[in-house]
Design a protein around this ligand. Structure first.
Ligand code: HEM
Length: 390
């Protein structure tokens, strides 16, 4: 992994030669620099019973930052930090500069910016609230396929910052991390991408760096909110909250190159062309796990990723909100991000099954793992985490 601020934020300079200059002057711009369709002006509301960035249709770009609390950050200090982050997240998401923003012009293009805050176990210890730690908030069990690196694992605080524009993401991350300086220091930072908005037809499922249509079998948080959030009337501070699992999963793309098309489709159980199950014709056709071919074997392999990750138990489903990452040749993969009401009940059984058997495991290796409780959203006049910290 790369070190925070040193490697991950520094990055190597890459110069591309011969790129035809795009004629920015051809497009009329207003004073804020946004194009006339105002896609950059689109905003997601910050205030509400649930934090944004979970049920929000995934934006094109994401940066996930984990921070560790510095010694002396106690409950009072955490409240101060949460007041600051609440104020800044609200401003930035609305397209306004942060309170002490040193580059205020960069705030003018929010592009559906969302800021989502999570708490690792360390927050509860620091706040002297260990008794309120959700039972599932602890490192995931270790899995046989894991090759976890400290550089990509753990953390006391999480910032998930997403937008349809990477400039907006970068600026918001800078403001929020800078404002936290006296309370917390960076532990890891991971950047992810999907398609830029406008590049595919609305509703198109994105493709991950292995070329697979990824997200077809996902849940819709609007129709099954109970799978994602603790009901708003749940007793305790987590009402309206959720949990997030962040796994950095490396892909062996050179090894994947050696697999032919039929083999690749067999690994997932879906066609590469359109994501349709091998037993169907269209992406959203229900896979038929019973169907057998002429040789008597299942059309969808007994160890295919969709057979192993599917479940008859409706309580074992959760929201996947992954991004691709590409940190250079040989360092590409999936920032697997999932939201669920209960990690132990929903996520762990599925991950266990995949660890036991999944054709995909030959080309994928988890190298980072972190888990956070995601407090409810901030209502009018509230700060993030108030129900826990007050
Ligand atoms: C489905 C790729 C890791 C859980 C899928 C599909 C693809 C895919 C292509 C089929 C399309 C879809 O329904 O989204 C990958 C890749 C991974 C990865 C490339 C790692 C690099 C995981 C992990 C989990 C998981 C770690 C959970 C622990 C699921 C589930 C489905 C799914 C629940 C939907 C199954 C269904 O109900 O049809 N994945 N996946 N995947 N994956 Fe993964």
């Amino acid at each position: 992994g790369a070190t925070f601020l040193g490697g991950a934020l520094g990055g190597a300079a890459v110069t591309l030669g011969g790129t035809a200059a795009r004629s920015a002057a051809d497009t009329p711009r207003d004073a804020a620099g946004t194009a006339p369709d105002h896609a950059g002006r689109a905003t997601v509301p910050f205030r509400g019973p649930r934090q944004p960035g979970v049920g929000t249709t995934p934006q094109g770009f994401a940066t996930l930052v984990a921070l560790d609390l510095v010694r002396g950050t106690d409950r009072e200090a955490l409240i101060r930090l949460m007041r600051i982050w609440t104020d800044d997240a609200e401003r930035l998401m609305a397209g306004r500069p942060g309170l002490t923003d040193t580059e205020p012009e960069l705030a003018a293009v929010p592009a559906r910016l969302t800021v989502t805050v999570g708490y690792g176990p360390g927050v509860f210890a620091a706040a002297d609230l260990a008794g309120r730690t959700p039972p599932w908030l602890r490192p995931l069990p270790s899995f046989g396929m894991d090759r976890l690196e400290d550089a990509w694992s753990g953390g006391d605080l999480l910032l998930q910052v997403c937008a349809d524009d990477p400039v907006a993401v970068s600026h918001a991350v800078r403001v929020l991390v800078k404002q936290a300086r006296t309370f917390a220091v960076g532990r890891w930072l991971q950047r992810g991408f999907r398609n830029s908005p406008g590049t595919t037809a609305p509703g198109t499922t994105w493709r991950n760096p292995m070329g697979q249509v990824d997200g077809t079998g996902n849940i819709d948080p609007a129709t099954e909110p109970h799978l994602v959030w603790h009901a708003d009337d749940t007793a305790g501070w987590l009402a309206g909250g959720t949990s997030v699992v962040v796994r950095r999963i490396a892909m062996d793309l050179d090894g994947w190159d050696e697999v032919d098309r039929a083999g690749r489709e067999n690994v997932i159980g879906r066609r590469l062309a359109d994501g349709a199950p091998l037993t169907g014709n269209r992406e959203h056709d229900e896979p038929d796990l019973e169907a057998t071919g002429p040789n008597g074997f299942g059309v969808i392999d007994f160890a295919a990723h969709i057979r192993r990750s599917r479940t008859d138990d409706p309580a074992e489903r959760f929201l996947r909100r992954p991004y691709g990452y590409d940190d250079g040749p040989g360092d590409t993969g999936l920032l697997f991000v999932s939201y669920q009401a209960d990690v132990d009940r929903q996520f762990v059984p599925v991950q266990r099954r995949l660890d036991e058997l999944d054709l995909l495991n030959e080309w994928t290796t988890p190298v980072g793992s972190a888990i956070f409780a995601v407090p409810p959203g901030a209502g009018p006049g509230e700060y993030l985490g108030q129900a826990l910290l007050e």
